[in-house]
Design a protein around this ligand. Structure first.
Ligand code: ADP
Ligand code: MG
Length: 343
């Protein structure tokens, strides 16, 4: 079917899109080789959904071009739609219908016969662990089940290219891991996948290559390891409940870290990059803080987060609309709250 079977499955060049004054995409380039997973990583408002909507023919770009399986998403939109699956941030399932009915309807849209649509629905319900719930209205599904049903619906037409827009945002930890397993098995089957996420660990787990976008621009691209190496390995983090002791805490761990410790005077959170010295650094930090008599909470090592990558790439924390409207400054608190909910 594809006109250009030697090229990448997804090719994007100079894509721009503005909504009035808001320049959601300011010239994005992407190339996704067949059978690989591209992780598009960026905070709220970065332009991820806009890019996905253009690539899935739901929105016209202002400038630039996007090719999916050799087809232009604007000029050959109908052909593109037959080749792709989309599972969106807000599930597209019909709540009044049962799980099985939802999938059968999609099958009929793909011109499957009634029997074929039924067979495909049963097969996907089993694959997504929804067989027991098949006869229940989707509105009674848990959040995780709705996401799985939505993803199942995107696979009815056996897409060559799959778009997953923040597939785990808002899911509880168990559902999130379950979703990761499902996505892993899909890509193991060779489906080219473009996945957007706000979480570095998710991109890390699932993506072959990652592009980081911020304010409608690609600010970095590479493998997860390449991106994390820019941050310099693990991050040691703890909270100092007694704010007056923050500077003592910073001084105590300064020689342990590889970079300067970073302290948030409002929250009392101190973090410092410790490179590859993980557990040694942890032990040294406990000792050093104990010696100066600073009490801490939640001393732990963590992998670099999206915040750390952003900090390293841009020199500033990514802004977050939610954080701003909540009256918080910067994105740090808000993103940690979300990370806690979802990890
Ligand atoms: N239909 C729209 N009308 C106006 N502004 C929009 C619309 N869709 C997105 N935007 C704006 O474009 C920017 C990028 O949004 P989006 O692509 O949804 O980001 P993300 O998915 O990365 O959170 C944001 O500033 C958002 O408010
Ligand atoms: Mg989005």
């Amino acid at each position: 079917m594809s006109q250009d079977s030697s090229g990448p499955a997804i090719l994007v060049e100079g894509l721009t899109k503005a909504f009035g004054e808001v320049r959601a995409l300011r010239g994005i380039d992407l190339a996704v080789p067949r059978g690989t997973v591209l992780g598009v990583l960026g905070p709220n408002g970065a332009g991820k959904t806009t890019a996905v909507r253009i690539l899935t023919t739901l929105l016209r770009p202002d400038n630039g071009r996007a090719i999916v399986e050799g087809r232009d998403v604007v000029r050959e939109a109908a052909a593109v739609r037959r080749l792709i699956g989309l599972s969106g941030q807000s599930a597209a399932i019909q709540e009044e219908l049962t799980g099985r009915e939802n999938l059968e309807i999609v099958g009929r849209l793909f011109h499957l016969s009634r029997a074929e649509a039924r067979r495909r629905a049963v097969e996907l319900l089993a694959q997504f662990d929804l067989t027991d719930a098949a006869g229940r209205a989707a509105k009674n599904f848990s959040g995780g089940m709705q996401r799985r049903l939505d993803l199942a619906a995107s696979l009815v037409g056996r897409p060559k290219v799959l778009f997953l827009d923040e597939p785990t945002t808002g899911l509880d930890p168990r559902s999130r891991l379950g979703m990761w397993d499902i996505i892993r098995s899909l890509v193991a089957g060779g489906t080219t996948t473009l996945l957007t996420t706000q979480y570095l660990d998710e991109a890390d787990e699932l993506a072959d290559e990652i592009v980081v976008i911020d304010h409608g621009l690609v600010i970095a691209a590479g493998t997860a390891e390449e991106l994390k190496s820019r941050v310099g390995g693990d991050v040691l983090e703890f909270t100092v409940p007694d704010r007056s002791r923050i500077s003592d805490a910073v001084a105590a761990v300064a020689s342990i870290g590889e970079g300067e410790p970073h302290a948030d005077k409002e929250t009392g959170v101190v973090n410092v990059g410790v490179g590859g010295r993980g557990s040694d650094a942890l032990v040294e930090a406990v000792r050093a803080l104990d010696e100066v008599g600073v009490r801490t909470k939640g001393l732990a090592l963590r992998r670099p987060s999206l915040d750390d990558v952003f900090l390293a790439l841009t020199g500033h924390a990514a802004e977050d609309e939610k954080a701003l409207t909540n009256g918080r400054r910067g994105r740090k608190r808000a993103s940690k709250d979300t990370a806690k909910d979802a990890s």
